[in-house]
Design a protein around this ligand. Sequence first.
Ligand SMILES: Nc1ncnc2c1ncn2[C@@H]1O[C@H](COP(=O)(O)OP(=O)(O)OP(=O)(O)O)[C@@H](O)[C@H]1O
Ligand SMILES: *[C@@H]1O[C@H](CO)[C@@H](O)[C@H](O)[C@H]1NC(C)=O
Ligand SMILES: *[C@@H]1O[C@H](CO)[C@@H](O)[C@H](O)[C@H]1NC(C)=O
Ligand SMILES: [Mg+2]
Length: 337
Amino acid sequence: MKLRHYHHHLLLLLLCCSFTETIEPISTSIAVGVAAALTGFLARYQNIFHYFQECCRPEWISFNKTALQADLESKLFGQHVASRIILKAVNGFMTNDNPKKPLVLSLHGWTGTGKNFVSGLIADSVYKEGMDSRFVHVFTSELHFPHASQIDNYKSQLQQWIKGNVTNCERSMFIFDEMDKMHPGLIDSIKPYLDYYDKLDGVSYRKAIFIFLSNAGGDSIIQTALDFWKEGRNREEMELKDLETSLSLSVFNNKKSGLWHTSLIDKNLVDFFVPFLPLEYCHVVQCALSAMADRELEPDLKVADQVARDLVYFPKSERIFSVKGCKTIDSKLDYYT
Ligand SMILES: Nc1ncnc2c1ncn2[C@@H]1O[C@H](COP(=O)(O)OP(=O)(O)OP(=O)(O)O)[C@@H](O)[C@H]1O
Ligand SMILES: *[C@@H]1O[C@H](CO)[C@@H](O)[C@H](O)[C@H]1NC(C)=O
Ligand SMILES: *[C@@H]1O[C@H](CO)[C@@H](O)[C@H](O)[C@H]1NC(C)=O
Ligand SMILES: [Mg+2]
């Protein structure tokens, strides 16, 4: 036993000696090697935990323009105007190292036209974890701020949340769903964060992204789309300028929409108003086909056509636009397949 042990050591010594004189430098160089490797590793992922757990660093947060462009082209149907604005706006903002204010997008349009869906695509292109990221926050008036009587509590709570989250990570994203149902006072309370301030109480909000979703202005967008259709013009010819005036007027003048009361608009805090067009039969077919693909089903045009034909369209006489957009398509598939 002992002899064998001794032999083993000798063998090791011989082996080592063919490279260096003594054992000492070897163990030292191994130590140095290990240390170097470790330092290299740690330098890359300064804290090893950041490798496994999401943190506010480029490993987890970095904008991929190619991915956003590809997603907008292949997954979003019938929204050529919105698609163009969003790609330009997000790319411009994310590639600017020193933005003067946070990015504020206001998405408008009829129900089921893809406003929440696009917010998800934007989140996917910025955060590795997409909508599941702990730096993406979604507020819904009915869920987070249901009681008008508690508005003062909500105000200070919301301000604390925004401040706290941006202090944790300047690349935070805040999505306000159903903005038109939001109490005007609540919208007013977040106004300072959207403005051109270098810092507020030592916190800079200039790298944050705010996205407002609402149906406000949806009617005027539909009217413009309908006018195009009646004139026999191609939907794809529609440009932002065709929609912009009527959109801002209707958002402005609609006393029911919270935006109307606030100075979000007159202080130019919203960088882009993004119109979402009502969806037509052919877009619904595309939605059905992609819902099948998501379920790893064989795309079946017959089924997609059936799903689309069974939806309700408006105006009653012409039956052009889907009343629910592409909403409920996914659940309808259960019924048809
Ligand atoms: N333009 C679109 N292209 C592709 N899919 C769409 C589109 N619009 C809607 N969808 C599909 O329909 C679902 C519902 O759409 P979404 O929730 O984005 O509608 P919305 O505009 O937010 O409506 P609402 O105003 O009622 O909240 C999405 O998850 C998506 O699967
Ligand atoms: C960006 O997205 C594209 C398409 O999804 C992908 O091929 C590419 O690897 C991504 N780039 C980076 C740097 O992650
Ligand atoms: C961040 O926002 C969430 C709501 O999305 C809130 O629950 C949380 O307390 C906020 N974090 C901080 C540090 O304020
Ligand atoms: Mg929605």
